[in-house]
Design a protein around this ligand. Structure first.
Ligand SMILES: Cc1cc2nc3c(=O)[nH]c(=O)nc-3n(C[C@H](O)[C@H](O)[C@H](O)COP(=O)(O)OP(=O)(O)OC[C@H]3O[C@@H](n4cnc5c(N)ncnc54)[C@H](O)[C@@H]3O)c2cc1C
Length: 295
């Protein structure tokens, strides 16, 4: 399988240059390429047929993880390997590392980017669920230089659909630091180790002064709705001490409320059980991290 003819390939050095390269093309005809781990497959199958490819690899302003008043600013071109190896991402931010450490294989982690993953928003991808779970904000720039921030929940509309306009580039993702002590965790189950998730669960909690859950955000990956919040579990966790019984009840509620699909990888009951078992494991870690008992 070969891509359709690509008329122009550019490798700009700056965001402004990259956005300027879209000029003269109709919507969707000029595409950014980040790690190429999804787009190359889409081009080979001719699901995507860009006339112009704008390679973002040389743009240093899109790369890196910077602390930002307690929050973290993660450039769109930051590769999974950089997130996986960043030891500052602990506590409330730990789910980012959990996810990045197990995306695909080593080659995918060395090439794929957090921005590419969120802009592609594949039905069964890990980082969109984590970015939504941590309350991330997506920073975008349009061709006219204007910028806007969109909450991850509003950005990640549905599988392969985001709020990004064709002439907008994702610059970065800001993961805010919530008030109070926070902890998060992510885990997926795939058919083979490090495969795309059949189900993935992200939990982010904050604790009050009595070590009770003040806020909870739970997101699921791998279901046909794509990354989305499991509000039944969130409501059940708030106010609890994160004990095993409370967590089991919360993820039972999430499993029962989930619109889980049956397909060749897993039937509905199996996916519901994955929500229960992964949820138990991940929520236990998130509480332990918030309380400082686990890295
Ligand atoms: C073998 C294999 C296993 C995988 N396993 C997993 C897994 O376990 N978990 C998981 O989550 N994912 C997995 N993936 C998918 C992987 O995460 C991809 O890397 C990711 O989906 C796309 O990121 P990318 O940087 O390669 O983006 P690309 O493929 O280059 O681009 C994807 C899309 O995003 C757009 N885009 C990229 N960057 C920007 C930007 N800054 N602004 C605007 N638009 C942009 C592109 O135009 C394109 O439409 C796997 C992929 C492979 C090949």
């Amino acid at each position: 399988m070969f891509p359709a003819n690509i008329e122009q390939y550019v490798r700009p050095q700056s965001v402004a240059e990259a956005l300027a390269a879209c000029a003269g093309y109709d919507a969707g005809e000029a595409m950014f390429i980040a790690g190429g781990q999804s787009l190359m497959q889409a081009m080979k199958s001719r699901m995507a047929r860009p006339r112009c490819l704008i390679d973002l690899q040389a743009i240093s302003e899109l790369k890196g993880i910077c602390p930002d008043e307690g929050a973290f600013h993660i450039g769109a071109m930051t590769r999974y390997v950089s997130i996986a190896n960043d030891e500052r991402l602990t506590g409330y931010f730990a789910a980012l590392r959990d996810a990045a450490q197990h995306v695909g294989d080593r080659q995918v982690r060395n090439r794929g980017t957090i921005g590419g993953s969120c802009c592609w928003n594949y039905v069964a991808s890990c980082l969109p669920a984590v970015v939504m779970g941590l309350g991330g904000e997506m920073k975008l720039q349009a061709a006219d230089g204007s910028q806007r921030s969109v909450a991850a929940e509003d950005f990640l509309i549905a599988p392969l659909e985001t709020a990004r306009a064709d002439d907008e580039m994702l610059l970065a993702i800001r993961i805010p630091q919530p008030a109070g002590r926070g902890g998060s965790a992510y885990k997926k189950w795939g058919l083979v180790k490090d495969a795309l998730p059949v189900v993935g669960v992200c939990v982010a909690v904050t604790l009050d002064s009595n070590d009770r859950c003040a806020t909870a955000r739970v997101t699921l990956a791998g279901l046909s709705a794509g990354a989305h919040r499991a509000t039944a579990a969130e409501q059940a966790l708030v106010g609890t001490a994160g004990d095993a019984a409370a967590i089991a009840q919360a993820f039972d509620a999430a499993a029962n409320a989930a619109d889980a699909q049956g397909d060749k990888w897993a039937d509905v009951a199996y996916r519901q059980n994955l929500i229960r078992t992964l949820g138990q494991e991940v929520a236990t870690s998130a509480f332990a991290r918030a309380a400082g008992r686990q890295e």
